[in-house]
Design a protein around this ligand. Structure first.
Ligand code: IMP
Length: 422
């Protein structure tokens, strides 16, 4: 039993990249299990910042093998760009990166449909990376998988059928320009040549690794509250970032999971539309955004900011089975006199017992806050829990008490060394 799942416990952007990179030191394999290039995992090494969208955040450790599992939707253009970026830093990729033969491919028409749909009435605020439309094709069973690249005839036939169908949709529903079938076929055939050495039965590879008791990190993207089943539907992504998604998204059994680490930002952020009970539409929210550098790593969009929400966190802990927490971006709170934490929800004057996932209910929530004292001093240099100011230690302990889960890692800055392990 060797698998640890790293899951975003809020709305994504919790700092999973840093934690995965850190834990990779003692890991053999890092495997991404869902989402696609909508993710932006930032890793800071020394003075350099790297943003990964598809390649697992373990790639910066030479001894780590990286896997992109069957649950991921792969944009070949984004993947090739990212491979080139990683290689340009002198990092060897060959023999260290494997793509599942069962993963679905994102096609140009998926990105086009994603952006056209966002111009309609039901705006989700997607990243425009074609994620939803690619998963639609997966579930309507017309999707094109990595394995299809291996057989030119199959690839051509499937692409032709799909593009003709999408052209009809574009013409009839959206009055948009049609796509050139032959150009897309040529593009994907060229991609096939480059991607061939990376394609593997990753489920089989991982099951061998589990048998050999290798240490495996399953890296989730986005966050639990964006989960298609358990998030704030319809304002969610189209996959399962929750821990259950790791088994289906990698083809590994639940019995192989040893523990689940929830990544929790010391406050809350959300990108895109949808309810956000502790959102601060004021100067304080603006300060959190500026100090925390809260702008999307993929789209550059300003993130919505607010205080930590224990009601949604307790829900996230429950559905993910989180057994320890990595608390990130704690240093962003250095500047605040007081730090409110949402400890309960009230709706129409009544206290709620649990997190409602119904959007209408969530939009009517009145958060109940408990206010903690700020520490008002820099904590970036703290390397042990004892070195934190008393008020910062009290904040960490309060979150532990309110969540019932131990905080095993506290991140006090973006760099690897700016971390407290407890
Ligand atoms: P999609 O995943 O691009 O379809 O977008 C659906 C929703 O998930 C939108 O609100 C996005 O802003 C959000 N989202 C997708 N990926 C991320 C991420 O990596 N971090 C935070 N939010 C994300």
């Amino acid at each position: 039993m060797a698998v640890t799942i790293i899951v975003g416990a809020q709305w994504g952007d919790e700092g999973k990249g840093k934690v995965v990179d850190l834990l990779s030191e003692e890991t053999d394999i890092v495997a991404r299990y869902q989402g696609g290039a909508n993710a932006g995992h930032t890793v800071v090494i020394g003075k350099k910042e790297y943003v990964l969208h598809l390649i697992p955040s373990g790639i910066f450790h030479k001894h780590v093998t990286c896997v992109i599992g069957n649950g991921v939707v792969i944009d070949p253009v984004a993947l090739m760009d990212e491979i080139a970026m990683v290689k340009s830093f002198g990092i060897k990729i060959d023999g260290r990166l494997f793509l599942s033969h069962n993963a679905h491919l994102i096609m140009p028409y998926h990105k086009l449909l994603d952006s056209i749909r966002e111009q309609g009435v039901n705006k989700i605020g997607t990243t425009g990376r074609g994620i939803g439309p690619a998963y639609i094709d997966k579930y309507t069973r017309t999707g094109i998988r990595v394995v299809d690249l291996l057989d030119r005839t199959v690839l051509r036939n499937k692409l032709r059928t799909n593009i003709e169908e999408k052209n009809q949709l574009l013409r009839q529903m959206y009055g948009s320009k049609e796509m050139d079938v032959d150009a897309i076929i040529a593009e994907y055939e060229a991609f096939d040549k480059k991607i061939d050495p990376f394609i593997t039965d990753t489920s089989l590879y991982l099951s061998e690794a589990i048998r050999k008791k290798k240490a495996i990190l399953a890296e989730g993207a986005q966050g639990a509250l964006l989960d298609i089943d358990h998030g704030t539907y319809p304002y969610v992504t189209s996959s399962n970032p929750t821990s259950g998604g790791a088994c289906t998204g990698l083809g590994i059994p639940p019995t192989a999971i040893r523990n689940v680490i929830g990544i929790v930002k010391a406050y809350s952020t959300r990108v895109g539309n949808g309810p956000f009970p502790t959102e601060l539409n004021n100067e304080t929210g603006e300060r959190l955004r500026t100090i925390g550098g809260e702008f999307g790593a993929t789209t550059g969009r300003p993130r919505r900011c607010g205080w930590l929400d224990m009601v949604s966190l307790r829900y996230s802990i429950r559905i993910n089975g989180i057994d320890s927490i990595a608390l990130t971006k704690m240093d962003v709170l250095d500047h605040f006199e007081e730090i409110p934490v949402c400890v309960g929800y009230r709706r129409k004057g009544k206290k709620l017992a649990a997190f409602p996932t119904d959007v209408r209910a969530l939009e009517e929530i009145e958060p109940i806050y408990k206010t903690y004292r700020g520490w008002k001093e820099p904590i970036k240099e703290a390397r042990s829990f004892r070195q934190l100011p008393a008020a910062a230690r009290a904040y960490v302990k309060a979150i532990e008490e309110l969540s019932g889960v131990r905080i095993s890692i506290v991140s006090v800055g973006p760099r690897r060394d700016q971390t407290i392990i407890r």
